[in-house]
Design a protein around this ligand. Structure first.
Ligand code: ATP
Length: 308
């Protein structure tokens, strides 16, 4: 029994951390084979993604039925566009991502979340999660080869596909510097990867998975400028043609987002492009000023738009 208990205990630990930070969710949920708090309706159909448009319609949510995590949140992510969420800790950014992934269902009267006009509560969780790629802050690596770690983004992926994904995620050269290239073991018992490298592995996995919708949780820790540039390039490749919702901690990384939503106490208090929000001279502009003054590095440039 003790032998059984320890792994179960570890799984419990993993399960808790999954709920906290959207860590490599599908794989772990499959591993646990454990129902989340969410159940599919009898005979629920599959989600049919046509454009990949996301809509939050007057969403209200509370984790404990007392305090409010989201209050009247409405926004749209049109087909192929990028929406970034910013706001202080506890503002509700992760809650938006967790709800879209259906870790929790909205209560009746708590609004609706739609993908291509289908309420996500009405479709199977499996089909919903197949349509969504998650790039978490801190990815779990398996104690296996780097090829395996990238390749499980897609069932039966070929070596060529894995390498193409690694190239697009700006990881190929780093992998070639490992002693056994793509066969090198990574993880706790192999080559340890940095936070920025793990994030690029997650990006490569997601490229292979090829989902129409992306959830991105930017790492909080500061990265050196060249790693940051690699990640930005990898993300640009990943985000091309997909609808994305990302949590941004470093405001310089989202200057090219199509729409920025500023959250405070579970509400959207400002929204617009970087330029519009700067012109508004409100909360976003003061967050920007704070971040610029607290960082030594000059703001990085993204694609064509250099952010100052
Ligand atoms: P951070 O930047 O720190 O990750 P956030 O903007 O993502 O913050 P959320 O995690 O969405 O904020 O939290 C929104 C609110 O919901 C907060 O008041 C938080 O305390 C609460 N909350 C978050 N997760 C839970 C949970 N599992 N149980 C109860 N309350 C929670």
């Amino acid at each position: 029994l003790a032998q059984l208990y320890t792994p179960l205990n570890q799984l419990g630990y993993i399960y808790r951390s999954v709920n906290q930070s959207l860590v490599d969710t599908e794989r772990l949920l499959a591993l646990l084979n454990e129902p989340t708090e969410v159940n599919d309706k009898p005979n629920a159909p599959e989600l049919m993604v046509t454009a990949g448009e996301i809509e939050f319609e007057n969403v209200n949510f509370s984790y404990d039925f007392r305090t409010t995590a989201l209050n009247g949140v409405s926004f749209k992510v049109p087909k192929g566009s990028s929406v970034a969420l910013v706001g202080e800790s506890g503002a509700g950014k992760s809650t938006i991502l967790r709800l879209l992934y259906r870790f929790y269902d909205l209560q009746d009267g708590g609004g609706r979340i739609l993908i291509d006009s289908q309420d996500i509560r009405d479709v199977t969780q499996k089909s919903l999660r197949q349509a969504i790629g998650v790039v978490p802050q801190d990815s779990v690596l398996f104690n296996s080869s780097i090829a395996y770690n990238i390749g499980y983004g897609k069932f039966n992926s070929t070596e060529e596909e894995i390498e193409a994904a690694a190239r697009s995620a700006q990881m190929h050269e780093r992998i070639m510097s490992f002693p056994d290239g793509y066969a090198t073991k990574v993880g706790e018992r192999g080559v340890r990867l940095s936070g920025g490298e793990k994030q690029r592995v997650a990006i490569a996995r997601t490229l292979l998975k090829n989902p129409p919708i992306l959830l991105l949780d930017e790492a909080t820790s500061a990265l050196d400028t060249s790693t940051e540039k690699d990640i930005q390039k990898a993300l640009q490749n990943l985000m091309k043609g997909r609808s994305s919702l990302s949590i941004a901690h470093r405001l310089s990384t989202i200057a090219s987002a199509d729409l920025i939503l500023v959250l405070k106490d579970g509400q959207i208090v400002e929204q617009g492009t970087h330029k519009e929000l700067m012109a508004l001279d409100g909360i976003f502009a003061s967050m920007w000023a704070d971040q610029i003054s607290s960082t030594e590095d000059p703001p990085i440039s993204i694609g064509e738009s250099s952010v100052k």
